[in-house]
Ligand binder design. Structure first.
Ligand code: AVI
Length: 317
């Protein structure tokens, strides 16, 4: 398989240790969601997307496939920059319809990104692919590269990943995307909508236990990368709908009193104490449009699936 250029801006281990230490000091303890995506975490997330209870990926992929020509016409010409591309499977219909001058996927998981870039490049030989391994939530500017020089930029942020940030962080992130993409840019973003609690809780705690394995893998990753001694089996996984915040809260709950060493420090978990691994906020189209407006984005078009499970919003600035 042909390899593609890949720019590596992955955070240093020292940065990671500082972020983890901050998160462990919070109450409830909470770690940044991007830490879930090491190579094994990325594979487990792919498996979550295929679970019968987790419909978000299938619904959004079908919508992208059905509406690709309209989406491409509304986006116009420009280099397509995807935030948190993962396996970069959703972009295929857009690449076919848009034929952009380049496609630039950003993701935290280097190996996963390299494999996705090589596969896409083979499938779309006429579109140059440039991968950037980074924490896109902290990327202030795109690196200088001939493929990006003087180009109008189009953002693509599918999968409702904005929901993994608090509303304040989400607003800041949308503002950062606006600055990063620059004047005249557009942003196509997928946003999952609120649904009945039982449906959402099943989606985030599937019967096959893949969501639980995904959360526990965070502890395995921390043990490896930050010299920790977590016992993943000493934590129970839970996903709960918190209607007052319109979010699913995913947590690992300590089964007993235990002391854990990590990044040269140690912390005590009381029985029942939570470590929040991730939130997944759900926005109505109106709530999302207001959030985007506060970050400087104007709504241009919106597409929803027939059941109204999720929307693709096209924003402009
Ligand atoms: C990546 N993100 C949008 C997923 C979600 O639906 O919030 C992450 C996820 N975590 C567990 N299941 C899915």
């Amino acid at each position: 398989m042909r390899t593609c250029p890949l720019i590596d801006l992955h955070p240093e281990t020292a940065d990671m240790a500082a972020l983890v230490t901050d998160g462990m000091e919070q109450r409830p303890r909470q770690l940044p969601a991007w830490l879930l995506y090491d190579a094994q975490g990325s594979r487990l997330f792919e498996a979550i997307c295929a679970q019968p209870e987790y419909t978000l990926t299938r619904v959004e992929t079908a919508l992208l496939e059905q509406r690709a020509p309209e989406l491409a016409a509304s986006l116009g010409k420009g280099v397509l920059v995807e935030f948190g591309a993962g396996s970069a499977r959703k972009v295929a219909p857009l690449l076919r319809a848009l034929q952009p001058p380049a496609y630039v996927p950003l993701d935290i998981s280097a190996d996963h990104l390299a494999a996705a870039c090589a596969e896409l490049q083979a499938e779309h030989p006429s579109v140059p692919v440039l991968g950037i391994c980074c924490d896109y939530s902290r990327l202030q500017r795109l690196p200088d590269h001939p493929l990006l020089a003087g180009q109008r930029l189009l953002g693509f942020y599918p999968g409702s990943s904005l929901g993994n940030f608090t509303p304040a962080e989400a607003r800041r992130l949308l503002g950062q995307f606006a600055r990063l993409l620059g004047p005249g840019s557009r942003l196509l973003i997928g946003i999952d909508q609120p649904k009945p609690a039982a449906r959402l809780e099943a989606a985030y705690d599937d019967a096959a236990g893949v969501s639980a394995a995904f959360a526990r893998n965070l502890l395995v990753r921390l043990n490896r990368d930050l010299d920790g001694d977590f016992d993943p089996s000493a934590f129970e996984y839970q996903a709960r709908w918190e209607a007052e915040h319109s979010r699913i809260a995913m947590a690992l709950i300590s089964r007993r009193r235990q002391r854990v060493r990590l990044a040269g420090r140690s912390w005590t978990f009381e029985p029942g104490e939570q470590l929040i691994t991730e939130y997944s906020l759900k926005y109505t189209p109106e709530a999302f449009t207001a959030l985007a407006a506060a970050a400087g984005w104007r709504p241009r078009c919106r597409w929803s699936d027939p059941a109204g499970d999720l929307s693709l919003h096209l924003l402009e600035q």
